[in-house]
Design a protein around this ligand. Structure first.
Ligand SMILES: *Cc1c(COP(=O)(O)O)cnc(C)c1O
Length: 377
């Protein structure tokens, strides 16, 4: 028998109070009881996103909401700029290409964040751009983008901003209305502490106007239908009832603790993780590290997949390796949702054990000392 711990950037751990909510007897969705729960969910999501815009709940993993955004906001041949600095920025490009949009891929080096000035230039050089598709936390590189500036630049070019906040929501700062972000998408299995299966999408008045013009095919993910049902705390089709019931409990807990207090908590964990990695003679991949996860470069002679494998097989701890061009180059440690300081301390202790085993040299306990200094002050 071995205990398993998840410190991957999705899925992230599901606390016992939410597993209890998930274990409740199922209820019917066309009832006042369910509509009242969904009303709480809608309000809770608006609090979490700092928005007055409707936030619809879709039964799909996060990518479903990304696809819904593309298929509902645009028409064939519409020009969009997709910021591509990792696996998930690439996903925006892929979805938009599959729906026959005219995609301008704004490529940046993996690990970097887009420079607002350069984005401005791209938008100046291309007329009639309908939207900028971007990411709050690019999970593949654990990089947080300057969403406030990106949204502002998009707006002054007459474009809407569409932000993938699937991993960042709850840890990385996001003020949807204050920053005038038009569309935010997220999912259940990262900062929200739930199993995979739900996604969310908030939509501004300006973005709603685009729904009327869109000529792309859609049926299940029809946002006009979803928004119209949202007004009466209903859904067009059978929602994932059990997950929605647990989501109400998750949002209640998050909003009670305070969204801003949680941003600070995770920012501190991120700083602690960065500092701990450096104490081991390692470097941080990102030039603008996220509060949701930390990507650490492995030394040339050590394959990150080996570190991930030993951690999982020997100690029951799951962290993530690198994806695509970063395969075997980095490890990624999540600090989101239910993950706390104790988890991070245990993680670095085990990481030290594994790094010793694969031949990396450092002073035993040095990462733990730095963690304690940052966490306990
Ligand atoms: C996890 C993640 C996704 C993919 O979401 P799924 O729930 O796997 O569909 C998309 N974007 C980002 C930034 C993510 O972290």
């Amino acid at each position: 028998m071995k205990r398993k711990n998840l410190m991957t950037p999705g899925p992230s751990p599901v606390p016992s109070f939410l597993r209890e909510a998930l274990a409740k007897e199922i209820i019917h969705h066309r009832t006042d009881e369910f509509r009242s729960i969904l009303a709480d969910v809608h309000q809770g999501l608006q609090n979490l996103l700092f928005t007055k815009n409707p936030v619809v709940v879709l039964s799909a993993s996060g990518t479903g909401a990304m696809e819904a955004a593309v298929s509902n906001l645009f028409s064939k041949g519409d020009k969009v700029v997709a910021i591509s600095g990792g696996k998930f920025g690439q996903r925006w490009t892929e979805i938009a290409n599959n729906f026959s949009l005219d995609v301008i891929e704004f490529k940046i080096n993996w690990g970097n964040a887009p420079e607002p000035k350069k984005l401005e230039k791209v938008l100046n050089e291309n007329q009639n751009v309908k939207a900028v598709l971007t990411t709050l936390c690019e999970t593949s590189t654990a990089t947080v983008y300057d969403t406030e500036s990106i949204a502002k630049i998009a707006k002054s070019a007459g474009a809407i901003s569409v932000v993938d906040a699937i991993s960042g929501l709850g840890q990385d700062k996001l003020l949807t209305d204050q920053w005038e972000v038009d569309v935010v998408v997220s999912g259940s299995q990262k900062g929200l502490m739930l199993p995979p299966g739900l996604s969310f999408l908030s939509i501004s008045d300006k973005a709603k106007e685009l729904l009327e013009k869109s000529d792309l095919p859609k049926y299940y993910f029809d946002l006009k239908k979803a928004i119209s049902k949202h007004e009466t705390n209903d859904t067009p089709y059978t929602p994932a009832v059990t997950l929605v019931v647990a989501l109400a409990a998750a949002l209640d807990a998050i909003n009670k603790e305070g969204v801003k207090a949680r941003w600070e908590k995770f920012e501190k964990l991120a700083k602690a993780a960065q500092s701990a990695a450096k104490a081991l003679g390692l470097t941080i991949l990102s030039s603008r590290p996220s509060a949701s996860a930390t990507a650490i470069k492995m030394p040339e002679n050590i394959k990150s997949s080996q570190v991930v494998k030993i951690l999982r097989d020997k100690y029951g701890l799951s962290i993530a390796g690198g994806q695509a061009q970063l395969k075997d180059k980095i490890i990624r440690i999540a600090h989101m949702g239910w993950i706390n300081a104790q988890d991070l301390i245990a993680c670095f202790s085990l990481l030290e054990a594994v790094l010793k085993e694969v031949g990396h040299q450092f002073k035993t306990g040095s990462s733990l000392m730095r963690l304690e200094e940052v966490i306990y002050g």
